[in-house]
Ligand binder design. Structure first.
Ligand SMILES: [Zn+2]
Length: 438
């Protein structure tokens, strides 16, 4: 049996090496004679998330130093206390170039072509999520929620971002924007501010890429839409009748004036009716009448249930593109389901506290987990061996479990060898896979 061909520069092994080189460029805040390098500490945390090790302690105890050296290129593996101490002062934004270098590799390998949604634009979903909260554990960058009785809940949130496509299961996450306290500020941060910072950095990293931003109805406000327009970003944003009363009144007015287009498509195989109505160029709200949007409403009518959605977009809606735009709007759930829920429930332990630190540790861990997820999603999108192993085992959880078992027990030459061993079994795979006799 011949192993499926892999795109060399997008293989797990090539990307691990790219990530390691990126870590090398992050300035070390400690004295130069430090016993352990910052690169090894960052790479060890990355490896912990890459292997979905349930905790730092388990990682430490079961670690297979040989494979961490061979596969992840770690010279010296720190113990959990050392790792926390070294990573706590690392400023999270230092990790941004590493995300960008993986993204550039995806572009070079033409892997993103499958993700183009409309007229050369990528669909980029943004959404906030909370991954940590505690009444006792906190750090300098925690959000504070003060309750009526004076007690405080500390929390960390992030604005996640991922390139999605309705027909592609994999998502390509970008560097998330942390939502928390920032140096020198007393005020709590919020998702809206994080979104503002995010688009500025998005344009710094990718000045010419074409994006359609998709978000839930909380984002459909005039200041945010003006920000998106300012940065030359298209959008498909959810709207709700309860939150956008003026807009829906305008639609009624347009309906009575006969300016609304109705369109219906019957899908006999799925036994569903897709019903649309849309109108272009309507004001979003009474106080910002110069912010004009195109409105689109959709009902999916099945045998037993009806689903209803509505969006605003800057893309001109027509009977030609309304179905496609609807699919783009509905694909937004992938940031929740294929991104956050995968991180929470598919082995990454997103909400698990790996160690909080006093400065940035909690945020640094969250960013490194997203980076490991980006490398995994690249495999899911591009690596035929990975896809075959996943199909064979049937679940990510089982895949990670088998991956860890091999990693801890056998001396391996590469991640590719590990995936091949999972796919073909030991007897059929190359004889290089031998028991570690040490
Ligand atoms: Zn904190």
């Amino acid at each position: 049996m011949v192993a499926p061909k892999a795109r060399k520069h997008l293989s797990a092994d090539a990307l691990f090496s790219l990530v390691r080189t990126g870590f090398d460029n992050i300035p070390d805040h400690r004295s130069t004679d430090a016993e352990l390098t910052l690169r090894d500490a960052l790479m060890s945390a990355f490896a912990m998330f890459s292997l979905k090790s349930p905790s730092l302690l388990a990682f430490d105890k079961e670690r297979a130093e040989g494979n961490l050296h061979t596969i992840y290129g770690i010279e010296r593996v720190p113990c959990d206390t050392q790792m926390r101490e070294i990573l706590d002062p690392v400023v999270p934004k230092a990790l941004r170039p590493v995300f960008k270098s993986v993204f550039t590799q995806l572009q070079r390998g033409k892997a993103l072509e499958a993700m183009v949604f409309l007229d050369g634009c990528y669909l980029l979903a943004l959404d906030g999520t909370e991954y940590f909260s505690s009444k006792t554990i906190h750090c300098a960058s925690c959000l504070h929620r003060v309750h009526r009785n004076g007690s405080i809940t500390y929390a960390h949130q992030m604005l996640g971002a991922a390139i999605i496509h309705p027909d592609v299961r994999a998502v390509i996450p970008l560097m998330p924007e942390p939502i928390g306290k920032h140096d020198g500020t007393d005020k709590n941060d919020c998702e809206r501010n994080a979104a503002k910072r995010f688009v500025v950095k998005l344009r710094q990293d990718h000045p010419h890429l074409k994006f359609i931003i998709t978000e839930d109805s909380l984002s459909s406000n005039a200041p945010h839409i003006e920000t998106l327009q300012h940065y030359d970003l298209h959008y498909i944003l959810g709207v709700k009748e309860g939150d956008h009363t003026f807009l829906f009144q305008q639609i009624q007015v347009a309906e009575q004036a006969g300016r609304v287009t109705h369109y219906e498509r019957h899908d006999r195989t799925a036994r569903a009716i897709h019903r649309f109505r849309f109108v272009n160029d309507v004001p979003l709200n009474a106080s910002n009448v110069d912010v004009r949007v195109n409105f689109l409403e959709y009902w999916e009518i099945g045998d037993t249930k009806v689903q209803h959605f509505s969006w605003v977009t800057d893309l001109r809606v027509s009977t030609r593109n309304v179905f496609h735009l609807m699919r783009g709007g509905r694909a937004r759930w992938k940031i929740e389901n294929e991104t956050f829920n995968t991180l929470k429930n598919q082995g990454y332990n997103f909400e698990h506290n790996y160690g909080h630190g006093e400065q940035h540790l909690s945020v640094v861990f969250a960013m490194l987990m997203m980076l490991a997820f980006l490398v995994d999603q690249t495999q899911q999108l591009c690596c035929a061996v990975f896809q075959a192993v996943w199909a064979k085992l049937g679940s990510k959880r089982l895949l990670w479990e088998r991956m860890r078992a091999l990693f801890y027990d056998y001396a391996l030459a590469s991640m590719r060898q590990l995936f091949e061993a999972l796919l073909y079994g030991f007897q059929k795979s190359s004889p290089r896979v031998t028991l570690d006799s040490s």
